[in-house]
Design a protein around this ligand. Structure first.
Ligand SMILES: *[C@@H]1O[C@H](CO)[C@@H](O)[C@H](O)[C@H]1NC(C)=O
Ligand SMILES: *[C@@H]1O[C@H](CO)[C@@H](O)[C@H](O)[C@H]1NC(C)=O
Ligand SMILES: *[C@@H]1O[C@H](CO)[C@@H](O)[C@H](O)[C@H]1NC(C)=O
Ligand SMILES: *[C@@H]1O[C@H](CO)[C@@H](O)[C@H](O)[C@H]1NC(C)=O
Ligand SMILES: *[C@@H]1O[C@H](CO)[C@@H](O)[C@H](O)[C@H]1NC(C)=O
Ligand SMILES: *[C@@H]1O[C@H](CO)[C@@H](O)[C@H](O)[C@H]1NC(C)=O
Ligand SMILES: *[C@@H]1O[C@H](CO)[C@@H](O)[C@H](O)[C@H]1NC(C)=O
Ligand SMILES: *[C@@H]1O[C@H](CO)[C@@H](O)[C@H](O)[C@H]1NC(C)=O
Ligand SMILES: *[C@@H]1O[C@H](CO)[C@@H](O)[C@H](O)[C@H]1NC(C)=O
Ligand SMILES: *[C@@H]1O[C@H](CO)[C@@H](O)[C@H](O)[C@H]1NC(C)=O
Ligand SMILES: *[C@@H]1O[C@H](CO)[C@@H](O)[C@H](O)[C@H]1NC(C)=O
Ligand SMILES: *[C@@H]1O[C@H](CO)[C@@H](O)[C@H](O)[C@H]1NC(C)=O
Ligand SMILES: [Ca+2]
Length: 811
């Protein structure tokens, strides 16, 4: 209550707006409350009307989740409806306790979708938001499962038949009797035009009046056209009482999948021929669709790079080394990543796969190679039009065709012609800036310093790129409760252009981070990945948070031993664009420390005070602050206090005293590179634990820097015609050797080595036939063949012309 009083009294618009925003769950400027003292009372008393809390707050993009409206009761005669995105109206109901429920609808987009609630079907006076999630990022408990996915995938191909089985968690459908329906997905209209739209259709019912036992088995029959033309879809389990094919009813959906099991009889008779025909027509289509390949980002050269460049690449859930994933579509690979951002014009995606030695796997060498995607699997804003529909579009343009060409028939070369792996010759690793411990800073250019100011500062300010990262420091508490003369990082807040503001802060629970979006705490209980406005956030455990922006900037936050460590990863496009505590990024460590208003401070440890002045100059203001001040402590210490506390004078140096009881353990623990930071932090905080976490953070940063080191790639080498090559690594020092088939002689280099300048040693390798006569005769026959072919073409052409003329005359 005291806080509300403070708000009333001070009536500062920023804090006021933040309060409203928190309550309304909207962006500051979109908040329906107005920033005046008079309306404050209104906002606070009836904000529940504006911002419904719901449970659960997220579900599949396919819809069908029943969610409860919390903190509001309805009477039984209410006719409840929910309206999503101002257009999709779904029925709700009031349960026995007077609590309202709605069912989430099918949405062709992911992220937060606003909805309004009406108790009379006319006035929509309550507002909330629903998080729509990509099926691949949804927890498996929230969907129906295809048991033995391989059997479903290949059903109807030679030797794959039998009974198909699926299961679901019965709590997903609150009904005794259920039915099982098949729904199909396709995209219609002219590609890359506004008529290109998604279509989602009820096809037929597989079973009805079944006990809701959580399990369904059936022996699928081949279907006839036109139903069998639906090759992609998903199975829905819903209450038997609902009419067939009714949209947006409570349901459990399976993952989208290729409907091998219901394709026409012809597929079962000869699946390879059927699939080849499909593969060829996809090949034709691809030839006329625009080429997106030069728009996608190049793959990292090594597995280490791919896993360290977390601002631009993220684990592909289908092939994840951490989960021991079987890489179904990428045999021979142990881990794949996807480019996080879709390409700007075409919404295309990039995927990069690596083998157990850490080398990239290329489609030109292996069926398990990395492949780019016409449609990014995760979709891309504005999402609702192909090829940007999350999940579905990717299936249509990149996955079904893989089934046709590679899985159901053996014609993968067609697929790889249009989806060749990117090599890594133009890949450039990002640069990393780092803040950790009692805060020490390692700039993007690798210089380091310690700054123990207390306040809120710009860590990165890159106005031309629209990126701001701010950090808050607070004094370290000693074990006996007094404050040390040192600070630690306790929160970071960031934004790029007009994105949602993301804040990550330490909480009272040790090593648990809290993430706020526009001043409101986010929950990661249902999924670890959130698609937000202009930013993605990933948090699989409470200690680790990754924030990813469209420019490719990434921020990694770690809670470790009571302190926060933070890495900012910036692509090279940020060169010359950054200022702030992490320095001016331009490959020159000597000019890193530019105060906000002045000349470069030379890095010189003996002048801790001038460093302190440098740090202080980067204090933010209340106007520029991205932070949330939602406790009296934060209000007093940071909002109504100088942003850089002039009264807080840290210890500029520490004294190592062999009589100190911590001394021996400390020297044992703090060794090697980074030991200075470890000792400093142990002594200022009088805590071995703090020193230890500093040491771990430093080593973790060193490992990331090593992983990001640039690697020279010479690019793929083709095997010679009539010969073979050995070796599929193309990085500096790699060695590729060539041999020729019998009756051919090798010319050029037998062995080529990738050199430091990115060029292969030696010369192009050829295999020359030993039988010169063979070549001469061969070419004679070839010429004869050519003449015959020309004659044949002329004849058929004539025939066709005649035929065309006949048809023309008839009409
Ligand atoms: C809303 O209801 C939930 C659960 O019933 C409760 O935990 C929460 O505190 C309530 N929120 C408000 C603002 O009353
Ligand atoms: C239910 O609500 C409506 C409108 O709010 C009201 O007119 C009606 O009297 C209420 N019925 C009961 C049983 O409370
Ligand atoms: C899955 O189905 C395939 C194809 O029918 C079969 O070969 C395999 O044994 C099945 N696996 C399991 C675990 O049942
Ligand atoms: C199917 O099974 C037969 C007999 O076991 C075998 O000869 C054939 O190779 C199998 N076909 C495929 C595609 O696995
Ligand atoms: C089914 O879902 C409920 C609620 O989400 C959960 O508590 C339960 O453990 C789940 N059961 C199974 C078998 O996964
Ligand atoms: C990609 O290629 C197309 C035509 O081939 C060209 O118009 C376009 O500028 C290229 N884009 C990039 C980013 O190189
Ligand atoms: C930090 O910078 C100092 C010079 O200011 C240098 O001697 C030291 O090696 C650097 N430490 C690390 C870990 O880079
Ligand atoms: C707390 O501990 C520090 C260092 O161990 C010491 O300097 C300080 O006097 C102590 N304060 C109290 C109140 O005991
Ligand atoms: C969290 O981050 C640390 C350090 O970067 C890493 O070692 C650890 O594996 C991460 N944990 C998870 C679950 O990703
Ligand atoms: C950064 O600025 C320096 C000096 O002004 C210039 O030489 C360099 O090319 C710039 N780098 C980029 C990437 O713009
Ligand atoms: C650091 O500053 C001190 C005092 O100004 C000066 O004597 C010393 O030479 C400087 N050291 C370096 C490496 O610039
Ligand atoms: C290249 O590989 C071949 C065969 O593995 C080996 O004999 C040769 O010594 C290698 N050359 C170099 C320079 O590593
Ligand atoms: Ca620099």
């Amino acid at each position: 209550m005291w806080i509300e009083v403070v708000f009333m009294l001070l009536c500062t618009s920023k804090i006021y707006a933040q309060t409203c925003a928190r309550h309304c769950g909207k962006k500051l400027e979109a908040c329906s409350c107005h920033a005046t003292c008079a309306s404050l009372g209104n906002c606070c008393s009836d904000y529940r009307q504006f911002c419904l809390e719901i449970s659960p707050y997220s579900g599949s993009i396919s819809g069908g989740s029943d969610f409860t409206l919390l903190n509001v009761t309805f009477n039984q005669s209410s006719k409840l409806t929910c309206r999503f995105n101002d257009e999709i109206v779904v029925d709700g109901y009031v349960d026995g306790d007077g609590r309202g429920h709605c069912i989430s609808p099918l949405l062709y987009e992911t992220g937060w979708i606003p909805f309004d609630v009406s108790a009379d079907g006319v006035t929509y006076n309550r507002h909330g938001k629903w998080l729509s999630v990509h099926p691949g990022k949804l927890s498996p408990d929230l969907k129906a499962t295809l048991v033995n996915a391989t059997q479903w995938q290949y059903y109807g191909t030679p030797n794959v038949s039998g009974t198909l089985r699926m299961t679901w968690n019965t709590s997903l459908v609150k009904a005794e009797k259920v039915k099982v329906e098949l729904w199909g997905y396709r995209e219609i209209g002219r590609p890359y035009s506004s008529s290109w739209i998604p279509e989602w259709k009820y096809l037929y019912t597989l079973g009805r009046d079944l006990n809701n036992s959580g399990e369904f088995s059936f022996i699928p029959e081949p279907k006839e056209k036109p139903v069998s033309d639906w090759e992609l879809g998903s199975i829905r389990v819903s209450a038997s009482a609902e009419p067939d094919g009714k949209r947006d009813v409570e349901a459990a959906w399976t993952d989208d999948h290729a409907l091998a099991w219901h394709l026409e009889e012809k597929f079962r008779e000869d699946s390879a021929t059927w699939a080849l025909e499909k593969c060829l027509s996809w090949d034709k289509l691809e030839q006329v669709l625009p080429n997106f390949l030069n728009e996608t980002i190049d793959c990292p050269c090594t597995l280490a790079q791919a896993r360290a460049d977390t601002g631009r690449f993220h684990t592909d859930y289908g092939c994840d080394i951490e989960k021991g994933s079987v890489c179904t579509y990428h045999p021979g690979s142990v881990h794949c990543v996807r480019a996080i951002q879709a390409s700007p014009k075409y919404g295309a995606g990039q995927q990069c796969c690596y083998d157990s030695t850490g080398a990239q796997v290329l489609t030109s060498d292996s069926i398990g190679g990395s492949t780019p995607d016409r449609a990014h699997d995760w979709g891309s804003p504005p999402y609702r039009n192909p090829p940007r529909v999350p999940g579905f579009s990717h299936w249509v343009y990149d996955v079904l065709s893989f089934y046709y060409c590679c899985l159901w028939s053996d014609n993968c070369h067609y697929y790889f012609t249009h989806r060749p792996s990117s090599d890594c010759r133009t890949y450039q690793a990002p640069k990393a800036g780092f803040a950790f411990g009692d805060p020490h800073f390692i700039t993007f250019d690798g210089s380091n310093y310690t700054f123990n100011g207390k306040g809120e500062y710009y860590l990165v300010l890159a106005p031309m790129k629209g990126l701001t990262v701010q950090g808050r420091t607070e004094p370290v508490k000693l074990e006996n409760g007094t404050l040390a003369k040192a600070t630690r990082l306790s929160a970071v807040a960031m934004q790029e252009d007009a994105s949602d503001v993301i804040e990550v802060r330490l909480t009272d629970r040790e090593d648990h981070l809290e993430v706020l979006r526009n001043q409101e705490v986010l929950s990661f209980s249902q999924q670890s990945w959130l698609d937000l406005e202009g930013v993605f956030v990933f948090a699989s455990v409470p200690q680790n948070v990754t924030v990813m922006f469209p420019t490719g900037a990434g921020v990694e936050v770690r809670a470790r031993g009571g302190a926060m460590a933070m890495t900012v990863l910036l692509p090279l496009e940020f060169d010359n664009q950054t200022l702030g505590l992490l320095g001016r990024m331009n490959d020159d460590p000597d000019d890193d420390l530019v105060p906000s208003d002045g000349e470069v401070v030379p890095l010189n440890r003996t002048e801790a005070e001038s460093l302190f002045m440098f740090g202080a100059s980067w204090a933010i203001t209340n106007e520029s602050s991205l932070f949330t001040y939602d406790t009296t402590h934060l209000l007093n210490e940071y909002y109504f206090a100088p942003k850089h506390d002039p009264d807080f004078v840290p210890a500029f140096s520490v004294h190592e005293d062999p009589d100190d009881p911590l001394y021996s353990e400390m020297t044992e623990m703090c060794f090697g590179p980074g030991s200075w930071f470890c000792k400093y932090d142990t002594l200022t905080s009088q805590s071995l634990k703090m020193g230890k976490s500093t040491m771990i953070s430093f080593r973790s940063h060193t490992a990331v820097m090593r992983d990001l080191e640039s690697v020279v790639s010479c690019g793929w080498l083709a095997p010679p015609n009539n010969g073979k090559k050995e070796g599929t690594r193309y990085l500096e020092g790699s060695n590729v050797t060539f041999t020729c088939n019998k009756a051919y002689t090798l010319s050029g280099s037998r062995e080529r080595i990738c050199q430091g300048d990115g060029k292969w040693s030696g010369e192009t390798t050829h295999c020359v036939s030993d039988n010169i006569l063979g070549i001469v005769l061969g070419s004679v026959f070839a010429s004869l063949g050519l003449i015959a072919a020309i004659v044949a073409i002329i004849l058929t052409n004539r025939k066709q012309k005649r035929k065309a003329a006949e048809i023309f005359e008839q009409s």
